[in-house]
Design a protein around this ligand. Structure first.
Ligand SMILES: [Zn+2]
Ligand SMILES: [Zn+2]
Length: 447
């Protein structure tokens, strides 16, 4: 990738500036000093899994800890009960932000390791605060407590409420099994509850009096199967029938619930597939004399990381917390930004954030082979090793944030690259949805 080399030069120039080593030492010491408290937070969240928008315990322990650390804390921020905002500033300048996720999965607890994401957010914020308070750096650090990542889109609501409007970048990390990445992407994902409604009737005595909601679903299910031939290899349509426990064979079903999802590489592509899906759903209702109601509950956009931030993170990690130099971590793969193939499998509401401001979501290994969303991964996410990995990741993220605060040329290059990227990836978006990105970008006031 040609464009990767130029920002790498910028990142390298940052590292050779005088005083960086000393600053890194102070920032790391500030994080290490709080390690006991950070380990407690990590463990508490892991041991008490809470579902999206119900993360009451995590919200309490995180905000209490941040207040003790001298941050100005807003609990239940932006009218979202388990969201929060913690900030610290010194003088005038840019604003760097981190995200803390803390929701768990139904039945299998912290099998996505969001306890580690919360720990990283707090640790990184503590690191930047040290630079602001004692090391002569000016600007602001913000930690946003972002609930309900798994399916309900806490960050989508936070974006709508303006939580990211005054920020210059959004940095976060996610655990993986065996690799370090800094330029990871995620897929765009849309999901909806879809209900067909018909009319019940005796299936033998008067079937002609009924309108079969199940037929509505089956018709749509079959038509989607036919549509698959025209899908791109990277598109996904997945759906499940939830039915209705009262269903019996001698009654024409009068209602059927189901969940439908569309995923694709990009937001414009998901919009295209969704448009065809809507035609299928409405046609199925029309063909079966039923009615259909579509209630979307998720609209995650593809994550487009900032190459500038990815390069800075990659270089800072290599210089100050190099996994290759540690016997415990040297076995894991480290992927440089330009070697990242851009393949994505999962989706995240951090994708939406990436359309509003420069961002990265780096990954770090916690070992093992059990994939995320598996009970085995929950065990991996609760170990001391995983905690150590989280702290190292937080250190490199903190240094990346400090570069944004300290270095005018870097921040300018980051914004310019981001604006060019957004212009490029917005091609093909429908008029209305393109506006939502533009509106948010315009509200941003710091450059
Ligand atoms: Zn997950
Ligand atoms: Zn996750």
């Amino acid at each position: 990738m040609k464009s990767a080399t130029e920002p790498r030069t910028v990142a390298s120039a940052l590292l050779s500036a005088s005083g960086v080593d000393e600053l890194a030492e102070k920032v790391f010491a500030a994080i290490d000093k709080q390690d006991e408290g950070l380990r407690t937070i990590n463990k508490e969240i892991w041991e008490n899994p809470e579902l999206g928008f119900k993360e009451v315990h995590a919200h309490k322990i995180l905000t209490d800890f941040l207040e003790d650390q001298g941050f100005k804390v807003t609990r239940s921020a932006y009218n979202i009960s388990t969201a929060f905002r913690a900030e610290y500033f010194s003088g005038e300048g840019r604003t760097v932000s981190f995200n803390a996720e803390f929701d768990a999965l139904p039945g299998i607890g912290h099998a996505c390791g969001h306890n580690l994401i919360a720990t990283i957010g707090v640790a990184a914020a503590i690191g930047v605060k040290e630079a602001l308070k004692n090391q002569g750096v000016s600007g602001k650090v913000v930690l946003i407590g972002t609930p309900a990542e798994e399916s309900l889109g806490g960050k989508v609501k936070l974006l709508e409420a303006g939580a990211y409007d005054d920020l210059d970048c959004s940095l976060m990390a996610h655990p993986a099994n065996d690799r370090y990445t800094s330029y990871g992407r995620t897929l765009a994902s849309w999901r909806a509850n879809v209900t067909w409604t018909g009319e019940a009737a005796h299936a033998a005595a008067a079937p002609y009096m009924g309108r079969n909601a199940l037929d509505g679903f089956v018709s749509a299910y079959s038509s989607t199967g036919l549509y698959r031939q025209q899908l791109m290899p990277t598109d996904r349509i997945h759906h499940v029938i939830q039915g209705n426990h009262d269903m019996v064979a001698n009654i024409i079903p009068d209602s059927v619930d189901s969940v439908w999802g569309v995923r694709g590489k990009t937001r414009p592509r998901v919009e295209q597939v969704r448009e065809q899906l809507f035609k299928i759903l409405h046609a199925s209702a029309s063909a079966t004399n039923t009615s259909v109601e579509i209630t979307p509950f998720q609209d995650y956009w593809d994550q487009n990381p900032s190459l500038q931030l990815a390069n800075a993170y990659y270089e800072l990690q290599k210089k100050y917390v190099d996994p290759a130099k540690d016997t415990e971590t040297s076995k894991f793969t480290i992927t440089a930004p330009e070697d990242d193939d851009g393949e994505a499998a999962a989706s995240s509401d951090q994708g939406n954030v990436s359309w509003f401001l420069p961002s990265i979501q780096v990954s770090f290994p916690v070992g093992g082979t059990a994939p995320a969303h598996n009970a085995g991964f929950r065990e991996l996410a609760g170990t001391d090793f995983a905690h150590g990995q989280a702290i190292k990741t937080a250190k490199a993220l903190a240094l990346t944030g400090i570069q944004v605060l300290q270095n005018e040329a870097f921040a300018k290059a980051m914004w310019e690259e981001w604006e060019a990227m957004i212009a490029k990836i917005s091609v093909g978006l429908k008029e209305g949805s393109a506006d939502s990105t533009k509106r948010a970008a315009k509200k941003r006031h710091v450059h």
